[in-house]
Design a protein around this ligand. Structure first.
Ligand SMILES: *Cc1c(COP(=O)(O)O)cnc(C)c1O
Length: 220
């Protein structure tokens, strides 16, 4: 199957209310252009420098999503143009994004990443940690960052019930922060990848991040 065939099939499966982010990490610019040709304008990358390299090679109306864990010293590379940063996983990173956004005279939309999976290696807060550290209040003090929702990754497993319960957890974190902690701007839940996007959509995802099902397996 070609990239365009894959993309068309997935676009048909996804309701209009859910945004499809084509995850193009490691893939050559020609692959992104193929997707763009049939109307894909949201692209996700997990490395700041790769994102920075690719962006001038694509049309200006592309929305660039930074979906991976970020080192603070890399924020400056993408701050001038990034559309949405999905994985804010520390207060220090949030402050750095705010600083770089201010330098560029813009407000950068961000999601707060929560750890919902079993795996030790996945980044993100757990809700209690986030609330206990009083970071919720701090987060409201940032002027050049707008928090518009949450992001999470489920455990890599065949156990659908487990995946569903992890997505439910992220949805409930979203609801709690929105209703009890003044995150009024919350509207997005970024969850679901090639393996589990159907389940994520059933559980309330508003953005799915799909790579290999569109572009094929990655060679690292
Ligand atoms: C790579 C990646 C994806 C896409 O993964 P696929 O399994 O290829 O769909 C989604 N989210 C994040 C954070 C990623 O790093």
């Amino acid at each position: 199957m070609s990239i365009q065939e894959n993309l068309k099939r997935i676009q048909k499966e996804i309701p209009d209310s859910v945004k499809l982010i084509a995850v193009s990490k490691t893939k050559p610019i020609e692959d992104l252009k193929e997707a763009y040709e049939i109307g894909q304008i949201d692209f996700g990358e997990n490395k700041a420098q790769e994102l920075q390299n690719k962006s001038p090679q694509m049309p200006d109306d592309v929305n660039w999503h930074m979906i991976g864990h970020m080192q603070r010293n890399k924020v400056k590379y993408i701050a001038p143009f990034v559309h949405l940063i999905h994985a804010v996983d520390s207060w220090k990173l949030a402050k750095e994004i705010d600083k770089q956004a201010e330098k560029n005279n813009r407000v950068i939309n961000c999601l707060i990443q929560f750890h919902i999976a079993d795996e030790e290696t996945k980044f993100g807060f757990d809700l209690n940690e986030f609330l206990e550290s009083h970071t919720a209040n701090n987060y409201h003090s940032l002027v050049n960052v707008k928090f518009i929702g949450v992001m999470g990754m489920a455990t890599y497993t065949d156990d659908e019930n487990k995946i569903k319960s992890e997505f439910k957890k992220l949805k409930s974190i979203f609801e709690t922060l929105k209703s009890d902690y003044q995150f009024q701007n919350f509207s997005e839940i970024s969850m679901g990848m090639s393996q589990d996007y159907h389940l994520a959509i059933e559980e309330g995802s508003t953005m799915v991040r799909i790579g290999s099902s569109i572009f094929g397996a990655r060679n690292y």
